[in-house]
Design a protein around this ligand. Structure first.
Ligand SMILES: *[C@@H]1O[C@H](CO)[C@@H](O)[C@H](O)[C@H]1NC(C)=O
Ligand SMILES: *[C@@H]1O[C@H](CO)[C@@H](O)[C@H](O)[C@H]1NC(C)=O
Ligand SMILES: *[C@@H]1O[C@H](CO)[C@@H](O)[C@H](O)[C@H]1NC(C)=O
Ligand SMILES: *[C@@H]1O[C@H](CO)[C@@H](O)[C@H](O)[C@H]1NC(C)=O
Length: 343
């Protein structure tokens, strides 16, 4: 008794769960351009089982059909596709199966295909037959406004970058040839996507697309490619950096040169206190024409400057170590102000 009850309940639940899931998932309204290929993506869920006289019968789908404008998709002449028929129109191709997928493909869609399409499943038991009456409405149009979109949106393009232009429309035009024009000259491409890579300035222009079967062109899409902008800004930056470095080096050299001469002069003055006969070729003469603080000399300037320069290279190496920090700082301060004053 208890076993019987459970069986009934189980069977009842199976029917319930099966019935709850039964149905067909149609696409939303489909719009297509005449002559194109349309795919009605569709899935279905049959009843899992039915219970007859307390016997549970599992359900298998035996026959699938698609109809135009027929409420329950029954009768011998209503279907555009019938899995049991040998005389299906080859324009209607069933891409689905008998378990879950009810996709129908219509090639070279015609005005007469403007209809409500419904799918019907027929099972091993009549209680498993089902037609979802909502269906999918298909409209067929002669023409549709075309539009061009870019893979990069409206952002400006630069030489070397890639872009793909897409010819789109509200209604599907799958398998129809597309004509691309650039500044009113025909391009060889005939697909929905126009790949431009790598871009050059020559790709700049106004692009339009249209269906080969139609005279209606899209609004022009204006593509502007900046010639090699990336390289240009990079070399501009490089020139700036090089110039800056050169300027800094030049300034540093100038300052060092002045410091060196000043120190050479100081070193020379110290030396002259020890050995007077070196005075003739002394750097202090040179120093006088850098900073006119020195009063003596001036006559040997021209002849000695070259020799003193050579000496002062060596002199700075030694005098650096000999000088006290304070003295160096004081000198630097003087030289910096004198440099600043000259500018
Ligand atoms: C149904 O079949 C079509 C055609 O083979 C396929 O494109 C689609 O992805 C399938 N749908 C599901 C839900 O598997
Ligand atoms: C399809 O069109 C009919 C009228 O032709 C309308 O009653 C129905 O609601 C439409 N169905 C869908 C799914 O749009
Ligand atoms: C552009 O596309 C080519 C292939 O067509 C690819 O090799 C290249 O990396 C792409 N360049 C950029 C910047 O996306
Ligand atoms: C593209 O069209 C715009 C106006 O829409 C026009 O100003 C421009 O000159 C055109 N470019 C070319 C290359 O024809």
């Amino acid at each position: 008794m208890a076993v019987w009850d459970i069986k009934t309940l189980w069977g009842f639940m199976l029917v319930l769960t099966g019935a709850a899931g039964v149905g067909v998932d149609y696409p939303d309204h489909v719009c297509a351009v005449k002559g194109s290929t349309v795919t009605l993506l569709c899935t279905f869920t049959p009843v899992e089982s039915v219970t007859v006289n307390q016997r549970t019968i599992p359900i298998h789908i035996k026959r699938v059909r698609w109809c135009q404008n027929h409420r329950i998709c029954q009768g011998n002449h209503s279907s555009v596709y019938d899995s049991q028929s040998e005389r299906n129109d080859s324009r209607y191709k069933y891409l689905g199966d008998k378990t879950r997928n009810c996709t129908l493909q219509i090639t070279e869609i015609q005005k007469k295909d403007e209809a409500t399409f419904r799918f019907r499943m027929e099972a091993n038991d009549v209680r498993g037959h089902f037609t979802d009456q909502s269906g999918v409405n298909v409209t067929v149009t002669d023409d549709t406004p075309m539009r061009i979109t870019s893979s990069s949106g409206d952002s400006p393009m630069r030489g070397g970058e890639n872009v793909t232009l897409y010819c789109t429309a509200a209604c599907t035009f799958h398998q129809l040839e597309v004509t691309w024009l650039k500044d009113n000259l025909k391009l060889p491409e005939s697909g929905t996507a126009l790949q431009l890579s790598p871009l050059t300035a020559k790709d700049s222009g106004n692009y339009t697309c249209s269906l080969k079967t139609s005279a209606h062109h899209s609004q022009p899409f204006s593509l502007h490619v900046e010639e090699d902008e990336v390289g240009g800004s990079f070399s501009g930056l490089a020139v700036g950096v090089v110039f800056g470095v050169l300027l800094a080096l030049f300034t540093l050299t100038l300052v060092l040169f002045i410091i060196r001469r000043k120190r050479a002069a100081v070193a020379g003055r110290d030396q002259s206190l020890v050995g007077g006969d070196l005075g003739q070729k002394h750097p202090q003469n040179i120093c006088s024409h850098v900073l006119p603080l020195e009063e003596e000399g001036g006559t040997h300037r021209q002849e000695t400057s070259q020799a003193v320069d050579d000496v002062s290279y060596a002199a700075i190496q030694f005098s650096r170590a000999n000088q006290t920090g304070e003295a160096m700082e004081a000198q630097d301060a003087i030289i910096y102000t004198s440099v600043a004053n000259r500018r």
